[in-house]
Write a protein that binds this ligand. Structure first.
Ligand code: HSE
Length: 291
């Protein structure tokens, strides 16, 4: 039996739209076993009863891409998914399914695909790299891709830094959240984000958390997504007041991520309570970065 653990991920972290993502210590487990014939898929935990248990399952679809590429046809396959990552909340549940399926299938076929090939295949399925890359590589991944050219680097995050994530009880599809975005941005807004992305990466690498409040600001996607998440601005302000160093949408949302080196319990409580005041039930998670 093959077992793969894939972490949750928070993409963008404010300014790094489609370029930055962080792996978090919350894992989905993907198990593959060979069986004499047929396909059997079981889902436990998050997404049980919602996610497809047939050939439409995303883990299976990702695995199938590997089997087709390598020319391998298993007689029969049993897939067991034990999920801890909330589905459709901005914590990379689909990236974890794609990466889990590709890695497990690759292991079943004798590990023929390289890390770079896995990354390229997974990105072609997901459409954007910023959850895929940290789901595969861990840490904070800075990723640049133009056409088939893929370049990335990874940094580990400062000790003691935690992500406090408020996870609303409604889903928001990435497709809908991307449709809210403009096709063009101004040079002024592009420069705003470039400066902050550079500041954020340097600050996290040096452990200089004092600049995160500015560094996690953004003009390319969050202003256009605010209307999709009731309470967003109030939750961000409340988290900052409670001691968060920087706060942003987690990926395309609706979850909100606050980075903090202190007061994490208080920040978690305040974010959840503020969502509630705005009519949204939310749970909060305190997660360490996954190396
Ligand atoms: N960068 C992507 C977006 C992440 O913001 O649309 C989706 O999780």
């Amino acid at each position: 039996m093959i077992r793969v653990h894939v972490p949750a991920t928070a993409a963008n972290l404010g300014p790094g739209f489609d370029c930055l993502g962080m792996a978090l210590e919350l894992y989905n487990v993907v198990e593959f076993s060979k069986i004499p014939r047929g396909l059997s898929i079981e889902v436990e935990g998050e997404g049980a009863g919602e996610l497809a248990c047939n050939e439409g399952n995303l883990v299976y679809r990702a695995a199938k891409r590997v089997f087709d590429r390598i020319g391998y046809k298993p007689d029969g396959l049993r897939i067991r998914l034990v999920n801890s990552i909330p589905v459709g909340r901005g914590l990379g549940s689909s990236a974890s399914a794609v990466i889990g399926g590709i890695i497990a299938a690759n292991m079943l076929c004798g590990a023929q695909l390289s890390k770079r090939e896995i990354l390229a295949l997974a990105c072609s399925m997901e459409g954007h790299p910023d959850n895929i890359a940290p789901a595969l590589l861990g840490g904070l991944v800075i990723y640049a891709a133009v056409d088939d050219e893929i370049t990335w680097t990874k940094i580990n995050l400062p000790a003691g830094l935690k992500a406090v994530v408020a996870v609303p009880d409604f889903t928001l599809s990435t497709r809908d959240a991307r449709e809210a975005l403009p096709h063009m941005v101004t040079m002024r807004d592009a420069v705003f984000n470039i400066g902050r992305t550079a500041l954020l990466v340097a600050a996290l690498q040096k452990g200089d958390l004092s600049v995160l409040g500015t560094a996690m600001d953004d003009k390319l996607h969050q202003p256009f997504r605010v209307g999709l998440i009731p309470g967003y601005k109030k939750v961000v302000s409340a988290a900052r007041l409670a001691g968060a160093r920087g706060v942003a949408l987690s990926g395309a949302g609706p979850a909100i991520i606050a980075l903090a080196d202190n007061n994490q319990e208080l920040i978690a409580k305040v974010m959840k309570a503020t969502f509630r005041e705005c009519g949204v039930n939310a749970r909060s998670l305190i997660l360490a970065p996954s190396p």
